[in-house]
Design a protein around this ligand. Structure first.
Ligand SMILES: [Zn+2]
Length: 60
């Protein structure tokens, strides 16, 4: 498994990261993204009623 931050080999102590720094970077990035996106991405987009209407009529 490689570190998602710098792609280096991860160490068991900080898995999946290679060091505490990368773990902190990922945490900060995650928190920032959480604040930047008020509405979390969910499967709700698939519930749009227009979903079926946009599909091409391939069923003959
Ligand atoms: Zn790293």
């Amino acid at each position: 498994m490689s570190c998602p931050i710098c792609r280096k080999s991860a160490v068991p102590e900080y898995r999946p990261f290679c060091s505490r720094r990368c773990a902190d970077v990922d945490l900060a990035r995650w928190l920032r993204a959480d604040y930047a996106i008020p509405v979390p991405l969910t499967d709700a987009e698939d519930d749009t009623p227009d979903g079926d209407a946009q599909q091409p009529p391939e069923s003959r």
